[in-house]
Design a protein around this ligand. Structure first.
Ligand code: BDP
Length: 673
């Protein structure tokens, strides 16, 4: 190999050198992601003064001290001439900070410890720019108080779902072979990455709570406390998913009825023990009466009864219950078109508005179905003004390419967060209970399997801090921090990532109809995979047309769950936006879209375009080989090969399917069998 490298000249030689460096990094098991050492150079070469005390100030001090050791700067706790002051003035629990620059000195002042930490990472993001010119003091603070990741991690490997349900980045960061990992250093590094993009809460186990996970609440609490201890220095609170049946399965009680005094007493005691072990415990996450999980329906009680009983247990400690609104009948009769899964959350929960305790947050998936590449915003958001809602996104790419495909979800999430539910207030402003994402991280050396999927995690954190912010700005931040500033690199990465969500949409299920995925694992196309199953996810394609009639006039009535103007906009196929047409309407293949194309021609064209766009992105990636760390480059190259194979498969199956159903040939004469 060396002789060949020499023959080919310096290029390959220096690539080889870089490879061994990066392999060195990976041997420690961790890609630095958006916190490479170099990101701390601007701080590490300067003189920093740190004022204030407490564990998070110590974290900040540690970060700066390490940077100074590496780059030759200095850090002190006593007043001395300096370039950067990081000052904690109080301990009021706030998360904001004030940043300014005067007389050659940059100052970050915070009245809450987390604010100081976020201020430090803000300076890291700014890089050299933080130390130039003069800046008026400006307040930076999160719009949403809770910025949370839910891990669907199993403690024990589940026979079907594996270690991480819908996980595409290796095993769990927290659990291995039925117990907490010994390697808490990795957990600590995870906390550091999360803090650097503003995330402040993590739920550490799957919402589907199996036997081993259930016991985290009781006899295995010590393992949870260890994880909480590793995340605490970065301002992250730990939450647990619990089973509603815990009083029975763990406590041996005959019932889990939320109105039974013995049941609430059991929860109160269990909760007291949790807080004794983890004083800053965040609270419980509950999936009840959903896809087989137990819940209050078994006792004829409402979900408010269930949530409030748990909320009362955590209330004395300042905890929160995240009660999920993902409640629907997963055993419905597919022939009965009057049941519509999209309606379910609204139908179940809107009548309960005003009944939930203040510390019971209703956690609503952003769309009415299940994290498809395109869904309308859930009509529940905005329909419950008397309830604290959290909006749930899915960073793990269950239905968006499973981290084998590049699919940057920033634009989709931003559309959701900026959506004006009643023509006025945005989803972002309505999410008073916070923003949550199902995590896409595992024990993979690159954290997220596909190295470019890190952009989703980073963008999520930044959007949770600033839901109205431009996701492209966050993408640029991520690119700059992660990849540095080699000319051409940012442009190439932007061109790969920017439109990747729309590209994915083009080659998969068309015009908002959703699914058409392989049942069970949900990867790859299966045109009728769910069409005759009880899960409620249908496209109703026949020889005449395709789509789900959800109008009030002739369909399931779902469109009527929206406030104005949306109820009217969605009600009619004439006004419904193209991208959601088949979500709301069953139309003929010859129906003309606003774009001027027929539905069938749109399907053909977008599927050819989608594949062409993947080919183009793959070429751009190949052209960046010399600018990207080789290990990372190789990983993404492999994933691109699979993405292209899969995109072609999607194109061919979807196009053939609709060609055969409709009998309409492609107007452009391309081959469709
Ligand atoms: C679906 C997943 C399933 C989850 C469920 C949920 O397929 O694994 O348990 O959502 O959110 O998307 O509870």
């Amino acid at each position: 190999v060396p002789s060949r490298a020499r023959r080919r000249g310096g290029g390959l030689g220096s690539r080889t050198a870089r490879l061994s460096r990066s392999v060195g990094g990976l041997m420690q098991g961790v890609d630095p992601a958006w916190l490479p050492d170099g990101a701390f150079r601007p701080i590490g070469t300067r003189r920093t003064l740190i004022r204030g005390s407490g564990p998070l100030v110590d974290t900040v001090h540690g970060e700066v001290a390490e940077a100074c050791e590496r780059f030759g700067g200095s850090v002190s706790r006593a007043p001395e001439p300096c370039d950067l002051v990081l000052e904690l003035t109080g301990d009021d629990g706030s998360e904001g900070f004030v940043l300014g620059r005067r007389d050659g000195c940059t100052t970050v002042t915070a009245s809450g410890a987390r604010g100081l930490l976020y201020g430090l990472f803000h300076v890291v993001r700014l890089g050299e720019a933080a130390f130039l010119g003069e800046t008026q003091p400006a307040v930076h603070e999160p719009k949403l108080a809770l910025r949370m990741l839910d891990h669907w991690d199993n403690v024990a490997v589940h026979p079907v779902m594996g270690q991480v349900e819908r996980g595409y980045a290796g095993g769990s960061l927290f659990w291995e072979d039925g117990r907490a990992r010994g390697d808490l250093d990795r957990v600590r590094r995870y906390g550091r990455l999360l803090a650097a993009c503003g995330i402040n809460a993590v739920s550490v186990n799957n919402v589907n709570v199996h036997a081993a996970e259930a016991r985290l609440l009781t006899e295995r609490l010590g393992e949870v406390a260890d994880i909480a201890g590793a995340l605490r220095p970065y301002g992250i609170r730990v939450h647990l998913s619990v089973t509603f049946a815990a009083p029975m399965v763990l406590g041996g009680l005959p019932t889990a009825d939320p109105l039974d005094p013995g049941v609430s007493a059991w929860w109160a005691e269990a909760t007291a023990r949790v807080y004794a072990a983890v004083p800053d415990f965040g609270g419980f996450v509950v999936k009840a009466d959903s896809e087989g999980q137990p819940g209050p329906f078994a006792y004829g009680r409402t979900h408010a009864d269930g949530a409030n009983m748990l909320a009362a247990a955590v209330e004395p400690y300042g905890g929160t219950v995240h009660w999920r609104a993902f409640v629907y009948d997963h055993r419905q009769d597919w022939r009965d078109r009057s049941t519509d899964r999209a309606r379910a959350a609204y139908d179940h929960f809107v009548p309960l508005d005003g009944e939930f305790a203040d510390n019971a947050v209703l956690q609503v998936k952003h769309g009415p179905m299940d994290f498809q590449v395109r869904e309308p915003v859930s009509p529940l958001i905005g329909a419950m003004p008397g309830t604290r809602l959290a909006v749930e996104l899915q960073a793990t790419q269950e239905y968006t390419g499973q981290q084998r495909h590049v699919c940057w979800l920033g634009p989709m999430w931003s559309e959701v967060l900026r959506f004006r539910i009643d023509g006025e207030s945005t989803v972002g402003a309505s999410a008073r209970g916070g923003l949550v994402a199902v995590s896409n991280v595992g024990d993979d050396p690159f954290w997220t399997g596909h190295p470019l999927a890190q952009a989703n995690l980073y963008t999520f954190g930044r959007l949770a801090w600033e839901p109205g912010g431009d996701p492209h700005r966050f993408l640029d931040e991520w690119i700059g921090l992660t990849f540095g500033s080699a000319p051409g690199l940012a442009k190439g990465l932007r061109s790969i990532l920017d439109g990747s969500w729309r590209t994915y949409e083009k080659y998969t299920a068309p015009l908002g109809v959703g699914f058409m995925v392989q049942p069970g694992h949900h990867y790859g196309p299966s045109v009728d995979g769910y069409e005759y199953s009880p899960w409620g996810t249908y496209h109703f394609a026949d020889r005449d047309g395709v789509g789900v009639d959800r109008s009030v006039a002739s369909g399931t009535g779902y469109a009527g769950q929206y406030a104005k103007p949306w109820a009217e906009v969605y009600e009619s196929a004439e006004t419904c936006p193209d991208e959601l047409l088949l979500f709301f309407h069953h139309v003929s293949y010859g129906h003309t879209l606003h774009s001027g194309k027929t539905v069938i021609q749109h399907i053909y064209d977008t599927h050819f375009e989608g594949v062409a766009e993947v080919e183009a992105a793959q070429e751009v990636w190949a052209s960046l080989a010399d600018l990207v760390d080789p290990a990372r480059h190789t990983r993404v190259t492999e994933r691109f090969e699979e993405q292209l194979r899969s995109a072609r498969e999607w194109r061919d199956q979807v196009n053939s399917y609709f060609f055969r159903k409709s009998g309409v040939p492609d107007a452009r004469g391309r081959t469709i069998h």
